[in-house]
Design a protein around this ligand. Structure first.
Ligand code: ZN
Ligand code: ZN
Length: 245
């Protein structure tokens, strides 16, 4: 079966001036997923979609995003039936025999109960994350496909400003799965070099930001340090915040 490829969004992300093109790709997918979940298409009024949001609920990040979206009644409808399902399932789980005190030899033993099991399973689920991940995986595959097939993309990759730590790990971990013998080693060497070079660059910008807050450096130029913190947030935690001046 031929995998679906996403060459255009991948090349667009790598063409942007940013601290992590994978973060850029992910944010675009996240925006689309939030729109799909609560936007004008009202997917939540479709029975099969609502059954999925009832079951999966949302992670903290995406509950916040959904709340910020200007459709409070849509969110209320989604959360009402999700809460109905949670109540039904937890009422059932709470009927199981209650845990007894830990024995003195197993003081740190984990409490075992269908209540804990249910909530732990729910914590792993999020409708928006699931929707994003359907496409995100093929976006990542597309990076390796283009790296093998297109000289221009290899150049674009090498000229990028590196990646955040999380996406560095992701590319490093997936490369042996997708790249052939000829390209795997150069890819990993380039990836290691890019990550460290640009992580250090942003570390230096943060250092200069600290200096600039010291009166002895007041007359010195800002160089690239003004927005060092938002860029350090991306590099260290894939967190995107509006840039300060
Ligand atoms: Zn990233
Ligand atoms: Zn989520």
């Amino acid at each position: 079966m031929k995998e679906k490829l996403h060459t255009i969004p991948v090349q667009d992300a790598f063409g942007q001036d940013c601290e992590c093109p994978i973060c850029v790709m992910y944010q675009k997918l996240e925006e689309n997923a939030i729109n799909y979940t609560i936007g004008a298409g009202a997917s939540y009024m479709e029975e099969d979609i609502r059954a999925q949001t009832d079951d999966q609920g949302f992670c903290q990040k995406h509950l916040q995003d959904l709340y910020v979206y200007p459709n409070k009644i849509g969110l209320a409808l989604i959360l009402k039936t999700h809460m109905d399902k949670t109540i039904k399932d937890l009422e059932k789980a709470a009927k199981a025999p209650l845990p007894s005190p830990n024995s003195m030899f197993r003081k740190n033993a984990k409490t075992s109960s269908p209540v804990i099991d249910y909530i732990e399973a729910q914590e792993q689920k999020c409708f928006v994350c699931g929707y994003i991940n359907q496409s995100f995986e093929s976006y990542l595959r597309t990076i390796f496909y283009l790296y093998e097939k297109e000289e221009d993309f290899r150049k674009q990759f090498e000229e990028s400003k590196g990646f955040c730590t999380g996406h560095y790990k992701m590319l490093f971990g997936l490369a042996p799965e997708y790249l052939n013998k000829k390209y795997l080693e150069p890819f990993l060497r380039t990836l290691n070099g890019l990550f460290l070079e640009h992580f250090k660059r942003v570390r230096d910008d943060v250092e200069w930001f600290i200096c600039k807050n010291d009166y002895r450096y007041r007359e010195e130029p800002w160089k690239n340090a003004k927005d060092a913190l938002p860029r350090a947030l991306i590099k260290t935690g894939s967190v995107s915040v509006p840039r300060m001046e």
